[in-house]
Structure formats: C-alpha cells, structure tokens
Design a protein around this ligand. Structure first.
Ligand code: MLT
Length: 314
C-alpha cells in the first residue's frame, strides 16, 4: 500500500487540488452529478476540485484506478449502483467493493427512463412492446458497458418484455445518447440526469420511468411508471456515492465527509439535481458507516435479482 499520509500532511489537508474520478465518459449522468458536486465541494473544501473521466469496463476501470490510488484524500471516486452490481455482473473485477474503498457518504438517488430514437414507430409503452415483438432480433439497446446502470436496467427491461436485444456498449451513456438521437441505436434505459434535456427537446421518445411513483419534473410528469404499464417489481433507482482508497487517514476522511455534508445542503446543487429528477441525500446515508451498510445491502439485493433476470455473465 502507498505510504500513509503523515499526521502533519493530514492536518494541512487539503493543500492542493482534489480529483474526483468519474468511471464513465464525459457528458453522461455520472459525469453530470460529479461536476455539479465538484462545484458544491469547492467552497467547503477550500481547494479546486477537478473531475477526471476514466471510462471503460462498465465503470470498473475508473473504480480500480481509485482503489489503487495513493490513500491521501486527493483522488476520490464518484460512482453509482455499479458498486453493488459489478461484483455480480463483471467477472473477476480487480478490486473488492467492500474492502478496497473508504466510504465517504451517499450523494443522490436518480430515476431512470426507458427512451427510444426519435423515429421509432411507437408513441407509448404499449406500442413500444408491440414494435419490439415485431422486431425481435433486430433491436439495438445502448448502454455504458457490462456492469453499468444502463446495462442493468436494459437487462431487466428485456427480461420484462421477453425480447432479447443486441447490447451496444459505449464508454458512457453520454456518447450512447448521441447515437440514440441520431437513430443509430433504437432504445436505452438511462438516468434522468442525462435524459431530461433530450426528452424536453423531443430529441428522443420517452416511454416509462422506473420509479414507484411518477416524477415531478415538468417534462416527465406525464410519463407512466413501469408499474402502471403492468410490469411488477420493476424499480430501478440509481444511487451515487463518494469513495476514497482504503487506508486514507481518518482526519482526512472526516474533512471530506464534513465537506460532503455541506455540499449536499448547497441550494444551487439541490436545485440543479432536482430539476433533473434527482433526489439529493438528506438522510443518514450521508454518514460513512450508513453508506457502507447501504451498499452492502444493495449487493445482497441485486445479486439474486440479476440472476433471476437470467443474466448470464459474459
Ligand atoms: C450508466 O449507465 O452506468 C451511466 O449512465 C453511465 C454514464 O454515466 O455515462
């Protein structure tokens, strides 16, 4: 393990810019949350907060980069539900989710939307399912790689409809969205932090949301839930959390968690997130121990659900 930070250096922390690694391409939902959060962390941390994209392998490359980084508090990871699903979806990931990271607290919960290319000949969920059944074997579903949130939601969606689709992986759903709007791919399940703008601009079609209740966001308030469409137990909400390498000194972890708590109360941050359907964490899950317990519970929850969805891990 890298040399531990000296007590003096821990006291001076932070004395240089902090980097948040986003394990997906720029322009996607994870990147969006990270950049908004970096903005809100700058003041409480009293230093520059840089966002750096390290994409690939459905988020495993960026996560591994942080697991292996100096445990000095200057390299953090912003990741999502993938921390709970990679252990099942991504064969032999080179790190342990529960022991190679320090848990700094949760950030937000983000709903997902089932969206389609603008020219897709269906104008509601029922017509979409009919179109899917007529086009079996010819449908391309975009995602951010095996282990990503869009991959997980896409698998649950195809299992619910009973129509297998060709999975087209991208380095993030930012680039995937460009191809969806261009009609190169047909469908995607992606987070509202990335899809709200495209839906509002009518650059994609939206068919359903994956939350138990409809969303308050004006552009999404008339979009039905999967439950309303008769798909039971289809609920996917994407949580995001902040992580540091295992072994980061306790005084540094405390400064980072204190700054996170302040950032999550930043009115501008909350406004930006809520305008895109996200809900900023304002409960006990911002506490590191609760964050770790929550992820542990999510691993236990999603492992059987992924297996039940007949996911044969490649
Ligand atoms: C995902 O599908 O995991 C994310 O949407 C990827 C991204 O943030 O680009």
């Amino acid at each position: 393990a890298a040399a531990a930070l000296s007590a003096a250096a821990a006291d001076e922390f932070p004395s240089k810019p902090i980097t948040i690694i986003v394990p997906f391409a720029a322009g996607g939902p994870t990147d969006k949350v990270a950049r908004d959060l970096a903005e809100a962390l700058r003041k409480p941390l009293g230093t520059t907060v840089i966002v750096d994209n390290a994409a690939g392998a459905g988020g495993a490359i960026g996560a591994n980069k942080v697991a292996r980084a100096q445990p000095d508090g200057y390299t953090l990871l912003l990741h999502h539900i993938g921390m709970a699903t990679m252990p099942t979806l991504v064969p032999n990931i080179p790190f342990k989710v529960e022991s190679d990271f320090e848990y700094l607290g949760m950030v937000n919960d983000v709903p997902m939307t089932i969206i389609g290319k603008p020219g897709l000949p269906a104008n509601n969920y029922k017509e979409l399912v009919a179109w899917m059944q007529q086009n079996k074997g010819r449908i391309n579903l975009g995602n951010a790689g095996i282990g990503s949130a869009s991959h997980l939601c896409g698998l649950l969606f195809q299992h619910a409809v009973g129509v297998d689709m060709t999975q087209v992986p991208y380095k993030g759903t930012g680039p995937a969205m460009t191809d969806l709007m261009g009609g190169q791919i047909d469908l995607m399940c992606d987070q509202t932090t990335n899809t709200t703008g495209a839906i509002e601009a009518r650059k994609v079609k939206v068919f359903a949301v994956t939350t138990p209740k409809r969303l308050a966001v004006p552009a999404l308030k008339d979009v039905p839930t999967m439950q309303e469409m008769g798909v039971k137990d289809f609920q996917v909400t994407i949580f995001h959390g902040l992580y540091a390498p295992k072994g980061t000194p306790a005084p540094v972890l405390k400064k980072l968690n204190d700054a996170l708590k302040t950032a999550l109360k930043d009115p501008d941050f909350i406004k930006r997130e809520e305008s895109l359907g996200a809900v900023v964490v304002n409960d006990k899950r911002v506490d590191p121990a609760e964050h770790k317990k929550f992820v542990h519970g999510e691993i236990a929850k999603w492992t059987p659900l992924i297996k039940a969805a007949g996911v044969h891990v490649e």
